[in-house]
Every structure is written in C-alpha cells, then in structure tokens.
Design a protein around this ligand. Structure first.
Ligand code: ZN
Length: 481
C-alpha cells in the first residue's frame, strides 16, 4: 500500500486485511523506496520474526520501520450451562408392587417386592416402568446392552442398586433397595420384628363404598394368604367397615383399585384378590446435600475456568458466556436425544450462530447428571472409566484434516463421582475432560501421545500436539460448522 505525505502531514492511518486463522503472525514494514519493497521477505523457518532484505540481510531499522508482531487471536465464546439438581420426580421411576416375599407373608417384613407395570395407565415416566425395560430405549447393540441385573447372566446388581423407594405418589419416607432383578426389588425389610404399626412407610388408603362417599385411613399390615389373596388390616379415620360391601372401590398407596373379596368389620380387615401399591424408585444419585449440581462457575472449585488457558496456545481467547438459567433435569436417555435436548435449552446458541462469520467462535458445554449408553448409572462401580465426557460430532473425528466437529459437549458429574469419587481426582480431573471434549468440538480425534486428546484422563497432559494446533489454525468456522 502506498502513502503520500503532504507538507504538514505527521500521521497517516491505513487499513489492511489479515487472514483470520488463529496464530497467523504479521509485521508491517514501511520503506521510502518502492524498489526495495520486493526485496523484503520473511520465511518463518529462516528468519524468525525478522524482515529480511534479500540483498542486505536482516533489516536493520526493525524498531523504527517495522511493527511489532501482530498475532491473530480469536474470541472463543463458550457457553457453560449446568443441569438442575434432582428435585421432585426427577430420576424417579414409577412402578406397581403386585406381590411380595419374605417375612412370614407379612408386608411389614417383606424382603422382596415384585414390581410391574401391569396396571400402568398414566405413569410419570411410562416407558421406564418395567425394570429391565428401563433400558429398552437404548439401542440394544453389543456395545450397548441393557443394564445387567440379577436376572442377567452373569447376574449384576441392577439399575437400583443401593437405591430407594417410596410408596404412593407423595411418600417421603424412603425404603432401601439393595438391588433389583427384571421385575423385583430386594429391599431391606420394612419392619424386621415386633408388632409395630405398619407399614413403616405409611400406606394411605382410600375406600369408596358408594360414589360421593370417600373413607380415608391407613393400612397397618398386609398378609398374603395361601390362596393368593391379600388381607389388609386397616385403621380408618372416624369410620368403621360396618356396612361397606365388596362392591366398594379400594385403593392403597395410590395404586390401582383392588377387587375386594371379603370384608371383616370386627377385625378391621379387607381381603382383596390382588395387590397394587404405587412405588417410586430411584437409584443412588446424589441429592442436594452433595452439591454436585448445579455447578457454580463463579466458585469453580474444580478449576474449569483456569484450564481454559490451554486454548491460548492455539491463539483462542476463551470468554465464558454468563448463563442465567439452568438446564432442566433429564433422565438417562439415548445419547443423541440427550445432547439435542440439552442443546435446545442453551441460551446463547442462536445469538452466537450469527457471530461466527465475523471471527468469533462459539462452543457449548453442559454439566449434567448422566447421559448416554455408558453412564446409564449401572451403579456404583461398573461405569466406564474412559468416557467421562461426551461430544456429539457432526462427522467422525480426524487427526489429519479439519472437520466440522461438534458444538456441544456434556460432562456427567454423577459418573465422575461414582468412578473417581469427585471432580478433582488427579487420575481423572473433570477439568481436563472439559477441555478434551471441546477439542472434539474442533473435530480432533484421540491420539496415543500423552497430551490433551489422549482418551484416558490419567495420561492426559492437557497440551495440544503440533498437528492439532495446525488443524485448529486452518479452521475458518466455528466448531460444529
Ligand atoms: Zn475423547
């Protein structure tokens, strides 16, 4: 470019275009003689940061006539969202108890509960109801089999190992699940001994002798009889069973109506032809007291923000986008659905899509409870130790060419807790998984070198290999684009 100075001119401003590749370096040299201009050159390998005159060698007036090195940086806008904590029905599974075993046929001492969705009409998660059916929504491939449970070969402890259950839809007292099979739960006996009023897990009952008349009360015991009927000992509120007939509608613990076979007012018992009690099941996922999620980035005890400095080695300046709301809780569902559902809830993705064209890149990460095939919460020790993060890529990853990559990663915190005991275990730091997954968003594949894209977090030294730096530098669009 040419500048013309008139008498009295002291400062001239001009604009020139650079490439937008991260890490491209520029120096601007000025000369008074246009004939010298073609002689000036720079080859990185030979000349380093200096301008060379092909006849005179290194240009001696660097300081006065050559600008400092200008490096192209990109702003890397990163939306970091977090899933809500477990509340309400989150991650609970509704089922019906239709039979029990153990404890002299008394529900108060039962050690096995048979559960089924035989009565299911309108469940909170209708397609999760059958215990092994919990996994039916996963592709049933070799690398993605249903969760192993006590019916499996070899048997495993099941989806609800060390879990809990409550009775009814609003029960707050938790019974303890030891493990489960395809249609049963092994539980710690509700009441091991003594004539204590039952059940420990309060069973509300509702009896409707005729339409418009509703009797409420509690079930104190359920005895299974030899002919397959169940006898409920009940305590009614301000009422007796006198005059109630077998045509009354009888439900307990928000279960389905149970056909009445006989009623004994003197003994306060109702005998039915079947059993149906609603149970809400959940595994051992942490609750609010463990403070896993939502993750507070302003406190950032796991060091997610500081580890982002790794991207400065590829001339990316990360900027965390402040997120104003948490992602709604999602249960374990199939991987693409999971990521897509999280993606739909992100706050800034639509705004950022327009920014990509002007040299600001965008990526998103969400801290979640669990996701996908490997974190279905097989509980507690069998979860995969190498896949502690997930990025859904638009095409397969590569270490040789630049690919679109992906635009969202999820980090399952529960998996970190179950496998590694926390987020900051030196053998598998969640912070490294965090930047590793973002590396996948840039289309990078795993490498054998013990650097950032090594698959095993134990051997991941959080640095980019030169090839990966080149791939990122040759990128013209935001990750996923
Ligand atoms: Zn990976």
């Amino acid at each position: 470019m040419e500048l013309t100075f008139q008498p009295g001119d002291t400062v001239k401003t001009l604009w020139f275009k650079t490439s937008l590749h991260p890490g491209d370096n520029y120096r601007v040299a000025a000369v008074f003689d246009s004939l010298i201009l073609p002689r000036l050159q720079n080859e990185d390998g030979k000349h380093g940061i200096h301008i060379h005159d092909s006849k005179a060698g290194r240009v001696p007036f660097d300081a006065a006539m050559v600008s400092p090195v200008l490096t192209v940086w990109r702003l890397f806008n990163l939306e970091v969202a977090t899933m809500d904590n477990l509340t309400g029905y989150n991650n609970k599974v509704q089922a019906y108890i239709y039979d029990f075993d153990g404890g002299n046929n008394l529900a108060s001492r039962a050690t096995r509960l048979y559960v089924d969705n035989a009565f299911a009409q309108d469940t909170i998660n209708s397609f999760y109801t059958h215990l092994r059916g919990l996994e039916e929504h996963f592709p049933n491939a070799i690398d993605n089999p249903p969760s192993a449970d006590l019916n499996s070969s070899p048997p495993a402890n099941g989806r609800f190992e060390n879990g809990f259950f409550t009775l009814g839809m609003t029960g707050s007292i938790e019974g303890e699940i030891r493990n489960n099979g395809i249609n049963f739960l092994n539980v710690k006996a509700l009441q091991q001994s003594g004539p204590v009023s039952l059940p420990l897990l309060k069973i509300d009952l509702m009896l409707i002798p005729v339409p418009g008349d509703t009797i409420l009360g509690l079930v104190q015991e359920i005895q299974k009889t030899a002919n397959g009927t169940f006898t409920f000992t009940v305590a009614l509120i301000n009422r007796t069973l006198q005059g109630v007939t077998t045509s009354a509608i009888f439900t307990a613990a928000a279960g389905q109506p149970m056909p009445i076979v006989s009623i004994n007012p003197a003994a306060n018992t109702i005998t039915t032809a079947g059993l149906s009690l609603t149970a809400l099941l959940r595994d051992d996922d942490r609750d609010a007291s463990h403070n896993i999620l939502p993750y507070n980035l302003s406190q950032d005890y796991a060091g997610f923000i500081s580890v982002l400095d790794t991207f400065k080695s590829v001339y990316l300046q990360p900027v965390i986008l402040p997120v104003n709301k948490n992602i709604h809780y999602f249960p374990t569902i199939s991987t693409p659905n999971f990521v897509n559902r999280v993606w739909r809830q992100l706050e800034y993705k639509d705004i950022e899509a327009g920014i990509n064209s002007t040299g600001v890149w965008y990526a998103a990460t969400c801290f979640v409870w669990q996701s996908g095939k490997w974190d279905r919460d097989q509980d507690p020790d069998s979860e995969n130790t190498s896949n502690l993060g997930l990025t859904l890529q638009n095409d397969s990853a590569s270490n040789t060419i630049m690919l679109a990559g992906g635009d969202i990663s999820v980090l399952p915190f529960e998996t970190f807790f179950e496998v590694m005991g926390g987020l900051t275990n030196p053998n598998a730091q969640a912070a490294i998984s965090f930047i590793h997954e973002i590396g996948h968003q840039f289309g990078l594949d795993h490498i054998p070198e013990r650097e950032l894209m090594h698959e095993d977090l134990r051997y991941n030294n959080r640095g980019f290999i030169p090839l990966h730096k080149s791939i990122i530098r040759s990128r013209k669009r935001s990750p996923g684009k």
